[in-house]
Design a protein. Structure first.
Length: 129
């Protein structure tokens, strides 16, 4: 396969309403977005015993930093095929496909070949450069 053939095939795999691919997922998708922070604070308040002082709650930023995991976008092994190229089971990585005005997205689990191409424009081994 030539690079041109690969690019054409890849373009055909991108969800048509969500054409902008970014490496990684949003904080919401990983479970540390604002609504997750809100639930965390709510639970802390709800768990107060009668007569107890209110718990000290971290700022949103602080809470996000405490929960952030550098490896979060590395999703590990999956038996499911790649959600872009339909590649065989293997390690999966987080990619976000955004719509044209960045108001909506789809969270994708993709294979390493797709990730490398999205991140750096690197072709898989079977592409003859
Ligand atoms: Zn793939």
């Amino acid at each position: 396969m030539t690079p041109q053939q690969y690019e054409m095939r890849f373009d055909g795999l991108i969800p048509s309403k969500y054409p902008h691919l970014n490496v990684g997922w949003t904080a919401d998708e990983h479970g540390f977005g604002w609504s997750d922070y809100h639930s965390y604070c709510e639970t802390k308040i709800e768990n107060m015993c009668e007569g107890e002082d209110a718990p000290e709650l971290p700022s949103f930023k602080r809470w996000q930093q405490d929960n952030y995991d550098e490896e979060a976008d590395n999703l590990g092994f999956s038996w499911k095929n790649c959600e872009l190229c339909n590649g065989l089971p293997g390690d999966r990585y987080a990619v976000t496909a955004w719509n044209n005005n960045n108001t909506d997205y789809i969270a994708l689990r993709v294979c390493q070949d797709c990730l490398c191409y999205i991140a750096n424009g690197d072709y898989p081994d079977y592409v003859e450069v």
